[in-house]
Ligand binder design. Sequence first.
Ligand SMILES: Cc1ncc(COP(=O)(O)O)c(C=O)c1O
Length: 390
Amino acid sequence: MDEVSPGPSRAGGFRWQEPELLRRRRSAKWRAYPSDVLPVWVAEMDCVLAAPVALALADAVSLGDTGYPAGTGYVDALAGFARARWGWDGVTADRAARVPDVMRGVVEVLSLVTDPGDPVVVNCPVYAPFYEFIEHCGRTVVEAPLGADGRIDVTTLTDAFRRATAGGGHAAYLLCNPHNPTGTVHHRDELEAVASLAETYGVRVVVDEIHAPLVHEGATFVPYLSVRGAERGFALMSASKAWNLAALPAAVALAGEAAAPDLARIPREVTEGVSHFGIIAQTAALRDGTAWLDGLLAALAENRALFTRLLAEHLPSLRYRPGAGTYLAWLDCRNAGLGDDPAAVFLARGRVALTGGLPFGTGGAGHARFNLATSPERITEAVRRMASVL
Ligand SMILES: Cc1ncc(COP(=O)(O)O)c(C=O)c1O
């Protein structure tokens, strides 16, 4: 593959990683497939690590600071970020608990407010591990498909809440905002409708807000716990997606005012089991990495425009509605004659790895997810390979 240099630094020193260094990575994105396959699948980014994060880690290494975590620095950094970015003052240490990562936090929060066998509503198509983790903790998935416009459909959600509560157990709703894979950023009025419906049916709302910093210009991220009626809800936040820190996990579980007593029951084994290095990295990102984040968002905006243009030119049978958040592109390939699992065809015949849509639940068939967090050259090459299949 011909590759050019990833180009100059942007705001905060953001830049895409050099191709030869990407090939040396040992993470899932780079090792799951043979080296002739171009990976645009799992939610890892092809960027150089943000300097404030790299410096904080280097400092910790030089100190031999490899013990257990202490203090509220991570929650304080998230509080500062939430205030500066979203004008929201709702992150406070008395209603926050650090957790090992977002999905572990989801499971722990669900375990606080539901019992084994209880239903958990999700908006399919949705991040596949939602299904796996809900089932892993012994709860049952109830699907409430997003509408054709990729947004929450209140009628469908009402029906799902009705079904979830019919058995008399404790039902929960695991919402994803911004939504993976569609990139939908839910509006304040939609979230208020969710909160009101949840109150009516006695459903506890848990919102995965891991993609919250990745919202594009012109759109607004609304923290669920900031909306009217969300006092009994929970949210999970972390810097993992926006700063590419999956290898340095840590997350924060937040409770609405009326949910604080529930969150206080989270076991110490969970809150003490968080990586000290994860906390160091994520704290540095949230506290000192906002200029870098702006550089990333500018690069992603260009990538989305490029990708839209390339699809129109080379893959007109694919449908793509750019979402207002995330670096993920959800592709409707149903008119392309590639069957239920187009990613398998792109991989086998085009040597390009997308994420298949089937594990995202109802609505995933005939779809594939493309990761735009890479250089424009790689996006161009990936589309060329996809087009060669058709
Ligand atoms: C919606 C969503 N939640 C959670 C995760 C994983 O987060 P963590 O590694 O902190 O469990 C991802 C990763 O892509 C994601 O997209």
